[in-house]
Write a protein that binds this ligand. Structure first.
Ligand code: GLN
Ligand code: ZN
Length: 759
């Protein structure tokens, strides 16, 4: 049985890539030194895969920013505004596409979540007249390097249908018109790769979604063309993040040599697939989860692999990771401070490579009895961990009654009560919560962690940061202020650290976008809130100003989706536990006189299962959890929520069902396109479409933001519109933040005057 992983994390165990990228962007590291860092990481990661005993090492999974962006660049699909830059494609134009170009006032390309993960890819733009042509294909260079180092490389490529489905069409463009051109470039690429790689993996996770009709129609011809171009090389059709459902026939008829299934999520399809697998096709079993940090139940996985081998013959079975290991941290060996019982149950990317090899070897009869029984004992210890079960939490959950899930009055009445209390102008201005995390703030946090600063000095430093943020907001004359979140390193980690049932890794970083990584908390036990978590900070901010302060909390669904979650009870139950803890915090804030509370649900959509069949169940409990967290307050307390980089199309009615008084959403990168969904649906409550792209250092002008607001007013009545940035400002610095917010407030005031003049 051959073995592989679908991809390996790029950042490096010590986030070497992140630090190199940021030095490069600051002008401290040359392009060629940056390239060398990338090469070292690739080589190291190939060695890990070889040392684990995997049959192939994967190439083409590495990227300096994002692999979808790389694919667009490789195919020559560079939007005109960037193509006009008279600079080298790598890395200058590539990074300008990803991050915008402040000097030339070029906005970055749109960015959105990769399927149901927290990884963000750059959305390729298809404009009329674009012609794909194969440019510099780094994957070919990488494969050549791997071969020269004695590795057996498997190249991983984003598949044509997934690629095209993820592109955005500019006015007048039709993505599928590009298909012949795209396919010609794929053919050329595959021809260049096939002498180097015995296997090429074509990633088509789009097959796990309800695909567009056109994509379905083009799938088979595309596969045939690739199959012909690959000659001797074997092709893997890689599907993951879900089952194939009604696309199974399509996948089986691809003519590819190997079909990869995500056995962690599509286990129920395995037997049907095995039964219907064409004789010339092999099956790659994704038995090792690329989406969590838990050990694989090796005994069960071996049994599955052996069962498939009995049916198909061992040479028609491959064992691998469910998806790329991009979504899990690199190496458990670096974790020295974890609770030993919890640590025993964990495996990171390096360990997962070995798991895949062990499963295949054991299924083929190697004697791995010792490893298997040790793993079984580890997993049993985790299940029996008394720290993981809190009877009080279970009892409280049983006591949740329907009245706890609804606000006291309908929105219209609440809006009146809130308006009386708050007295806000038309088009109220606010921000999404965080302000720049200055060097002083970060230094204080570090000093506290290292024991070089005591609690009271730390508290004073945070209060000073809060006071500074409040006075800056007053100077800007924003209408609704925030405390600025200086005390938070991360919007989920901060809460996890104060909730029971969580633990933390030291180096469990996962790439979110570009150089940005997150370190998801680990939920291993029942969740509860021993003490208030934010009241002190937010109450302090409110005490400093007459203006209303908006309290900031992270919502239950986001805490869940951005954590690594235990698998011994349903996710919905873990989420309800978190919702009750957040509800307590909301009520404490209300009691402390905070009139507005924002419950961020930035990750609400990314938990959505890819197949329509499973979506309703998720949405039902996710909406319920938000409402459980939010609904305890009186009518006059205003509840906000915030979501960024989400597509709302099919779930808009569920977003409405959350019944937040105000929702702020990402909009400026997509130039208010998102908003049309809210207009068509006649979204009933207030909306703040982001008018300022905070992921770029560029300062947006007054006219630009006023223009976006006019677009918004064409869809949403002005008396239901708010004015705010796309997201929190913690990654920005103060000068650009002040300049941008100043323009934003001027834009809002200009529109208020326009409206007044028009009446
Ligand atoms: N309140 C958070 C902040 O401003 C929201 C961040 C997010 O949505 N990702 O940082
Ligand atoms: Zn956001």
């Amino acid at each position: 049985m051959q073995t592989h992983v679908l991809g390996f994390p790029r950042m490096g165990a010590a986030r070497e890539l992140k630090f190199a990228l940021e030095r490069h962007w600051r002008g401290e590291l040359s392009a060629s030194d940056l390239a060398a860092v990338g090469r070292d990481l690739m080589v190291r990661h190939w060695n890990v895969q070889r040392d684990a005993g995997l049959t192939y090492v994967t190439v083409g999974d590495f990227s300096f920013y994002d692999h979808v962006l790389d694919t667009a660049v490789m195919f020559g699909l560079v939007p005109g505004r960037f193509a006009a830059l008279d600079r080298p494609l790598f890395p200058d134009v590539l990074f300008a596409m990803a991050r915008g170009d402040a000097d030339r006032n070029l906005p970055a390309m749109d960015m959105t979540k990769w399927f149901d993960t927290n990884y963000h890819y750059i959305v390729p733009e298809i404009a009329p007249g674009m012609t794909p042509r194969l440019g510099r294909a780094t994957v070919v260079d990488d494969a050549r390097l791997a071969v020269s180092l004695g590795h057996r490389p498997k190249a991983a490529l984003v598949g044509p249908l997934t690629f095209l489905s993820l592109c955005r069409e500019e006015e007048g463009a039709d993505r599928f018109e590009l298909l012949p051109g795209i396919m010609a470039t794929y053919r050329e690429l595959v021809q260049q790769l096939s002498p180097l790689c015995p296997v090429i993996q074509i990633d088509e996770p789009i097959l796990c979604t309800d695909m567009e009709r056109q994509a379905k129609a083009y799938f088979r011809p595309a596969c045939e063309m690739l199959r012909a171009a690959a000659e001797e090389t074997r092709l893997v059709l890689a599907t993951y993040f879900g089952g194939l459902g009604s696309n199974l026939d399509l996948a089986l008829s691809s003519g590819f040599d190997i079909l990869h299934l995500d056995a962690t999520r599509a286990g129920h399809e395995l037997s049907e697939v095995a039964r219907r697998l064409p004789p010339a096709m092999s099956l790659s079993l994704g038995l090792v989860s690329g989406r969590n940090i838990w050990k694989t139940d090796l005994a069960r996985a071996v049994e599955t692999a052996r069962g498939m081998a009995d049916l198909l013959g061992p040479d028609r079975v491959m064992v691998g990771s469910s998806c790329s290991l991009l979504h899990c941290p690199v190496d458990l060996e670096r974790e020295t401070a974890l609770d030993p019982v919890v640590r025993r149950t964990m495996a990171f990317a390096v360990q997962k490579c070995r798991e895949a090899a062990v499963i295949a070897e054991a299924a083929e009869g190697w004697d791995h009895a010792a490893i298997l029984s040790r793993t079984a004992a580890d997993l049993a210890a985790g299940r029996d961990n008394p720290q993981a079960r809190d009877p009080a939490v279970r009892r409280r959950l049983e006591g949740v009654v329907p009245t706890m899930l609804s606000r006291k009055s309908p929105f219209a009445e609440r809006k009146k009560a809130q308006q009386e209390r708050l007295g806000l102008p038309l088009l109220p201005t606010t921000t999404i919560g965080s302000f720049p995390q200055t060097a002083a703030i970060r230094a204080a946090r570090l000093a506290l962690r290292r024991g070089e600063m005591d609690q009271s000095a730390y508290r004073a430093a945070m209060q000073a940061a809060i006071a500074d943020a409040v006075s800056r907001q007053e100077a800007l004359s924003l209408d609704v202020l925030v405390h600025g979140e200086p005390e938070r390193n991360d919007m989920v980690e901060y809460f996890g650290q104060m909730l029971a049932g969580f633990c933390f890794t030291e180096n469990g970083w996962v790439q979110s976008y570009g150089s940005r990584c997150v370190k998801p908390p680990v939920i291993f036990g029942d969740v509860s809130r021993p003490h208030p978590m934010t009241v002190d900070w937010i109450g302090h901010a409110q005490s400093l100003t007459e203006k209303p302060v908006k309290g900031m909390l992270t919502g239950p669904v986001t805490i869940l989706n951005w954590s690594f979650v235990r698998e011994d009870i349903p996710r919905s139950e873990v989420c309800r536990q978190i919702a009750l803890a957040v509800r307590d915090e909301v009520l404490d804030l209300e009691r402390a006189g905070v009139p507005i509370i924002q419950i961020d649900e930035a990750a609400f959509r990314e938990g959505l299962p890819l197949g329509r069949a499973d979506q309703e169940a998720y949405l039902t409990w996710a909406v319920e959890c938000f409402r459980l967290a939010a609904s305890g307050v009186s009518d006059a307390t205003q509840i906000h929520t915030h979501m960024c980089y989400s597509e709302f199309g099919t779930i808009i009615r569920w977003i409405a069902a959350m019944d937040a008084d105000v929702i702020s959403i990402e909009c400026s990168r997509s130039r208010m396109e998102l908003l049309s969904v809210f207009g068509e649906f006649e979204y009933p409550n207030d909306i703040g479409p982001g008018v300022y792209d905070i992921h770029s250092p560029r300062v947006p002008g007054v006219e630009e933001m006023a223009g976006l607001l006019r677009k918004a007013m064409a869809v949403i009545p002005a008396d239901r519109l708010w004015v705010n940035p796309d997201c929190g400002l913690k990654t920005r610095d103060w000068p650009e933040t002040m300049a941008s917010l100043k323009n934003m407030v001027v834009a809002a005031k200009a529109l208020r005057a326009e409206i007044a003049a028009g009446q």
